[in-house]
Design a protein around this ligand. Structure first.
Ligand code: ADP
Length: 604
């Protein structure tokens, strides 16, 4: 990415604030003129005071007159300059903040519109996306400020001072003009030299903060293995590299700053010598006041240029980060596909024929899948971890598209379905449902934002969580994240009741819960399963044997399918899994323990 491309890409984000840019530029122009006032006043003052000095004494009233005028002009100018500086800073900052807000919102809206495959691609992992977005927004908005608010004024000021120098005397102007390019060349070299190290600095900073986060997150593992020294050493290495790099940056910056200062001083000395010479040879219009005048003008030329360094740095950062940022913002073919099919009602009959599927990272997860999932039935997917059960649900929810084969819902190809409408009609309960920061009520209402309070309460009751919510100090206003895992899972189920979809996918809904919570949740799951198309993925035998049809999967293939008892009798993958589950429960001993009454009844 080069500067022109970069500017073209950010221009649309600056356009809404063009009046802010124009206002700032006008103020800057006035500011640039005002900045020259000091030099002009000093020039006149020195000459006027000089003219007053006479061997027989001076005229008090004339001196007072001059001093009054100087005071008024200088103070008035300073007041005006302060107001302009304030407006300039405020407008510049306002623009940076607003552009940053728009860029952040634009990328969030884009990301929300992308399909799941985008997030599974390598390079798009959460942490990496977040870094690219944060740094992209930060560096681009700073660049907007540097380029549109700071850069032009800088050159205007320098240019104006240079013009005044030429107007005062051509030779003086030429001397300044000779020094300025040298100054700029040194600044550009400095920026180039520092570029690589600055990029490294950023990388080390990321590693450092990632390191601290990962240490804090894994504290119990580190401590239990006594691996504190290893972690400390890892950090030490990063710190050392970071510090070495930091030293290099500082050393080089100081070196270049010194050279620039010296060049500036050489310019000042040349201008003093030249003006003094012109005064001495009594060049027309050259008075002693001009020495001061020229030196001040020259500092007005170089002062803004010293800021070039900062602008170069920000542009450099922007060029580094813009690519990653715009890759996300402008990712092609990542928008979620959608058809237009939007029937009145959804029956919920899925047909999967000859479906293969490969994840974007190359993992082939499904091979030639054929399934019929009946409306109003409970279908269970069983199989070891990684068999492809969740992947099928991902395809049915249109999170991904199959490589080949066909999936239909109620006889219509899934691709033709309006994606939003399809998802309105599907409820998904996962092993760990995401509970958002916010109240219990807000979390339940997520299932239907316009639900009435009564509907929310009704949903909570159906999910068998109402009584427990009411026991919380703030009832429905309590923080949802403070609830236990089992309670959160039931909040997610209440959310589903409120959404009330005809199709439900339950992906290991009780896997992360203890036995008591599982038993409690079973009641809410049994309630939600009624009269719907339900697909349940579970390792819990109790939930599997409740199903109407079972599909046993292995390595991305359907090995067996049918009614659970019949499948068990046939033997094979399903029987192996059920037997293994029973053995893991230690059923014989369990039965013995439960039968301590000796009355043949397992439970009281
Ligand atoms: P199950 O639900 O049966 O445990 P999954 O459907 O989650 O299995 O996974 C099937 C295969 O696909 C596994 O090999 C898994 O590693 C892979 N997989 C799952 N999700 C992704 C993903 N987002 N990106 C890449 N590979 C994935």
């Amino acid at each position: 990415m080069n500067l022109i491309v970069l500017l073209k890409k950010i221009a649309p984000y600056v356009r809404p604030y063009r009046w802010l840019v124009i206002a700032t530029l006008i103020l800057t122009l006035i500011g640039s003129f005002i900045a020259q006032v000091n030099a002009v006043v000093l020039d006149r003052t020195v000459d006027a005071i000089n003219a007053l000095v006479k061997p027989e004494g001076f005229d008090w009233s004339k001196a007072a007159n001059i001093l009054t005028i100087i005071s008024i002009v200088l103070l008035g100018k300073e007041l005006l300059a302060a107001i302009i500086r304030y407006a300039q800073n405020y407008f510049g900052e306002r623009m940076r903040i607003l552009v940053s807000k728009d860029l952040s919102q634009a990328i969030i809206d884009r990301i929300l519109s992308y399909r799941m495959a985008f997030f599974s691609r390598s390079g798009n992992e959460t942490g990496k996306l977040q870094t690219r977005i944060d740094q992209g927004v930060g560096s681009l908005s700073t660049t907007v400020q540097s380029v549109f608010i700071d850069l032009l004024p800088l050159f205007t000021s320098a240019f104006l001072a240079l013009v005044l120098m030429f107007m005062a005397n051509v030779y003086v102007g030429l001397t300044a003009l000779f020094i300025v390019p040298i100054y700029i060349i040194i600044t550009v070299r400095q920026a180039r030299r520092l570029k690589g190290w600055r990029t490294n600095m950023r990388r080390f900073r990321e590693q450092k903060s990632n390191g601290v986060v990962s240490i804090i997150e894994s504290m119990n593992v580190i401590k239990s293995f006594n691996r504190e020294p290893i972690e400390s050493e890892k950090q030490w290495n990063i710190q050392t590299q970071f510090t070495d790099n930091q030293m290099l940056v500082r050393k080089t910056s100081f070196y270049f700053d010194g050279v620039k200062s010296f060049v500036q001083q050489v310019g000042t000395v040349l201008i003093i010598i030249l003006t003094a010479y012109l005064v001495l040879i009594q060049y027309p219009g050259m008075t002693i006041g001009k020495i001061m005048y020229h030196v001040m003008l020259f500092s007005n030329v170089t002062a803004p240029i010293t800021q070039l360094q900062r602008i170069f740095d920000s542009l450099n950062d922007a060029l580094i980060y813009a690519e990653g940022f715009f890759d996300i913002l402008e990712a092609k073919d990542e928008a979620e596909p959608s058809g237009t099919y939007h029937p009145e009602t959804v029956r919920g009959e899925f047909e999967i024929q000859g479906v293969d599927f490969t994840y974007p990272n190359g993992t082939k997860a499904l091979h030639n899948i054929n399934m019929s999932i009946g409306s109003g039935h409970i279908t269970a997917f069983v199989g070891l971890s990684g068999a492809g059960k969740s992947t099928i649900i991902n395809l049915l929810d249109k999170f991904y598209e199959p490589d080949c084969g066909c999936i239909t819902l109620d006889g219509v190809d899934l691709r033709e379905w309006d994606t939003k409408y399809l998802r309105e009609n599907i409820g998904l309960v996962l092993q760990k449902n995401h509970i958002f920061e916010g109240s219990v009520e807000e979390n339940i209402r997520y299932g239907k934002p316009d639900a009435t309070d009564e509907e929310v309460i009704e949903a909570a009751k159906k999910a068998y969580i109402y009584d427990q919510i009411m026991k919380q100090p703030d009832g429905f206003k309590s923080r949802a994240t403070a609830l236990s895992g089992g309670q959160q899972q039931r909040i997610a189920i209440a959310r589903m009741f409120l959404k009330n979809p005809p199709i439900i996918f339950l992906d290991e809904p009780t896997a992360s819960l203890d036995a008591v919570a599982t038993e409690q949740i079973k009641a809410s799951i049994d309630a939600i399963k009624r009269d719907r198309t339900v697909i349940i993925i579970s390792h819990s035998i109790s939930q599997i044997i409740d199903s109407d049809v079972v599909y046993a999967l292995k390595d991305g293939r359907v090995e067996q399918s049918g009614e659970p008892d019949e499948l068990y009798r046939k033997g094979g993958v399903y029987k192996d899994i059920v037997d293994a589950s029973a053995r893991s429960l230690n059923i014989d001993k369990l039965a013995h323990t439960l039968d301590t009454n000796g009355d043949g009844k397992l439970f009281d």
